[in-house]
Design a protein around this ligand. Sequence first.
Ligand SMILES: [Zn+2]
Ligand SMILES: [Zn+2]
Length: 318
Amino acid sequence: MKQYRTLLFYKFAHVPNAEEYAHQHLLFARNLGVMGRVLFAEEGINGTISGTIAQCDRYMEHLSNDPIFAGIEFKIDEEDEITSHKLHVRYRPEIIHFGVPDINPCDLTGNYLEPDEVLAMKDQPDVVMLDTRNNMEHLVGKFKNAITLDLQTFRDFPEKVDQLREELKDKRIITYCTGGIRCEKATAYMIKAGFDANKLFQIHGGIIKYAKETGGTDFDGYCYVFDKRVVTPINEVNPTIISKCHICDTPEIRMVNCSNPECNEHFVLCEKCGWEMEGACCTACKEHPRRRIYDGTGYYTRNGKQLFNSKQSNAQSV
Ligand SMILES: [Zn+2]
Ligand SMILES: [Zn+2]
């Protein structure tokens, strides 16, 4: 058995004095010795925690025993090592940034569907699936026949979904996102904006839980995740690849950041083109004087090395 755990969790709730709550929680987590990132807002909690089995058990018990977060659900992954080396516990105005005031899914949200219910319902003629994720996410994977929106960020969702109201008015709508948190707010917004609450559903636990419980049937491509893996396979039943290398158009799932830091475009790039383009999205970026050194990963740290190292550029500027 592996010795470490990663916990993923969120819960919409009413948190009085969320700022003070975050401070107390930081002391608790520091004392316990866990690592990770936890956000508190008046609307709830959203976090990832990494620690030993015993630490994680104690952490889950602590949150579950607080009446504010009673019933909180944890997604638990077994790990060979700690997956985070820092601890951040912070207060934020929102646990997931949406920018629409007066929406708290613990008061109002779309109906939840369990993964097997999704499987039974999704192909019926009056049902549509609606992706609530951003462009770079649905570029590499989405449900077969799903409606996707042109979203740079989740904050664009209200404006884009408003345009679909006529088209979808007789449909039953199943929304989905990676782990479920965005759909809680997206469906809450849609109900307030006049979509029929009786016809509005969301996948409980998102794509990740759906994949665990159904084998990921009819999810085309890969699932974008916000960690070092970048994308992860989801579908064991009828998998496909839907994305293509930005340069040569061969089917590919690998995502990189452009090696020109001023561009930093997140895009799909095959290994062969990666070396040929030195990690750049276009010729102009390839020739950019500040281009970073491409090491084959297309992943750069904030203080990542540049092609021309900082000593040289300092020397030039002095
Ligand atoms: Zn290529
Ligand atoms: Zn570029």
